[in-house]
Design a protein around this ligand. Structure first.
Ligand code: G
Ligand code: G
Ligand code: MN
Length: 429
């Protein structure tokens, strides 16, 4: 009965690379050569026949992990995809995958096991993001459609996007960027799940690097914070976002802007007044602005952040707890800070419909938001399935690639036209 695909933990590159997310025609689906590893010969037999009936005819089998390793070490290209069991006598599946990670094999893996989904989830966490690409995990016996769906996610290595290097730029270079304001703002739409209407835009900063082009914030924000310059950056972001907002006000759209506020800034006593002044000087009001807060690094060693947040709330800013469910964005924060919006981290959103681990966490988070009278926002909405689940769960707002990627201000109008056409279909169905 338990035949659910456990979704991949990481982001699948093609989801970001293409839109719309149409299923490809069957003849276009590339078919890998497959190595099946299972200690049960009968199971291997069943799997081989099942794969053949789906058009996957290049299969080999191994009755133990060491046998499979021998094959792969002998010829790393003999299989492009390995489907493996976890519980095997002698060497278990986890050890096998660890050794595979260290071997020349650079292909993909699907877990197929009688273990609980939570065990498989943890194994993916341990193994994924290294040399191997884990396409997903299935509980035995595999549901044909679920297996087919995972197999269709397979892409030859050459076209898979390498994960971006986690580099931080040298402090000097980042300091110069702050001083010269080498920034551009991208905006990602947030839409109402009931009506599809555009409600908000999250402002996401990028560094316009003079030589390297557009750089994403994960490669410089923490350096800016370390240098004590994050408030300068936030000032720029807020001013620019409010300028753009004033411009759009001329048209028929009236979104709010959501801006990410660093805990570094909130540690400064009186920071709330600085924000309030800045918004007033821009001719805007607090209800135009959502302040997204993630506590990334600091515990509340001082009362200043809490005081700033309370004052901002008293001034009628919307306070959003960002990345809820991860790190320090926790129940304790929710208890102590008067947040008015809860933004569920994308790790609990994409793929939740068929994932028995994260779905209860998504439902629980939305239930908490509702009972506390907070607006709920789901980030990382990547597919129609994600959208429909959130709609059925009465989540308020959705943000993610399914709706629109972060884009420059001048792309927004074009996006809106396309969205309005899709919106009509989505809301009808
Ligand atoms: O846009 P992605 O676009 O890569 O953004 C990654 C993360 O960078 C976001 O989750 C957000 O937390 C952070 N970020 C983006 N813009 C800003 C900003 O203006 N200030 C701060 N403090 N963080 C930002
Ligand atoms: O502030 P925050 O952590 O929410 O920043 C949003 C980040 O998430 C940005 O880096 C943005 O590019 C990224 N992002 C936006 N939509 C999606 C999505 O649907 N899926 C994934 N995986 N990332 C997304
Ligand atoms: Mn955010």
């Amino acid at each position: 009965m338990q035949q659910h695909a456990v979704e991949l933990l990481g982001d699948f590159p093609s989801a970001e690379a293409s839109w719309p997310w149409d299923r490809r025609a069957p003849e276009e689906v590339p078919r890998p050569s497959i190595l099946l590893v299972d200690d049960d010969p009968h199971m291997l037999d069943v799997q081989v026949r099942s794969l053949q009936s789906m058009g996957y005819t290049q299969t080999t089998t191994a009755l133990s992990a060491p046998e499979a390793l021998l094959q792969v070490e002998h010829d790393p290209n003999s299989a492009q995809l390995i489907i493996c069991d976890l519980r095997m006598p002698g060497m278990d599946g986890l050890e096998f995958l660890q050794l595979l990670n260290a071997s020349p094999f650079r292909g993909s893996v699907i877990l197929l096991s009688g273990e609980s989904e939570r065990v498989m989830h943890s194994v993916q966490k341990l193994i994924g993001g290294q040399q191997l690409t884990i396409l997903g995990a299935l509980t035995k016996p595999a549901n044909r459609n679920a297996l087919r769906a995972l197999l269709e996610c397979w892409r030859p290595r050459a076209s898979a996007c390498a994960p971006p290097a986690e580099r931080q730029f040298p402090a000097e270079e980042v300091r110069a960027a702050v001083n010269q304001q080498q920034w551009v703002l991208h905006y990602q739409p947030q839409v109402d799940l009931k009506s599809g209407a555009l409600v908000g835009l999250e402002a996401l900063v990028r560094w316009q690097h003079p030589q390297l082009g557009i750089i994403r914030p994960d490669q410089f924000i923490s350096t800016v914070e370390d240098q004590g310059q994050i408030s300068e950056l936030t000032d720029w972001v807020l001013r620019r976002a409010l300028q753009d907002l004033a411009m759009w006000r001329g048209s028929e759209v009236h979104p709010h802007v959501a801006v990410n506020i660093s805990m570094q800034s909130l540690l400064q006593p009186g920071y709330w007044r600085h924000i309030a002044d800045l918004v007033r000087e821009a001719g805007a009001t607090p209800i135009d602005v959502v302040l997204e807060v993630t506590e990334t690094r600091l515990a509340y060693s001082s009362l200043a952040p809490l005081e700033n947040l309370v004052r901002l709330r008293l001034a009628r800013f919307t306070l959003s707890i960002d990345d809820f469910g991860t790190g320090h964005s926790s129940l304790a924060q929710l208890r102590d800070v008067p947040f008015t919006e809860l933004k569920v981290d994308r790790g609990f959103v994409h793929g939740a419909r068929n994932n028995q681990i994260i779905r209860p966490m998504l439902e629980g988070s939305l239930g908490i938001a509702r009972r506390l009278g907070m607006r709920s926002v789901a980030e990382g909405v990547e597919t129609q399935d994600d959208w429909e689940l959130l709609h059925d769960l009465d989540c308020d707002l959705a943000q993610g690639y399914f709706i629109g990627k972060p884009m420059s201000a001048d792309q927004l109008l074009g996006w809106l036209v396309t969205w309005q056409a899709r919106q009509a279909l989505l809301v009808e169905s």
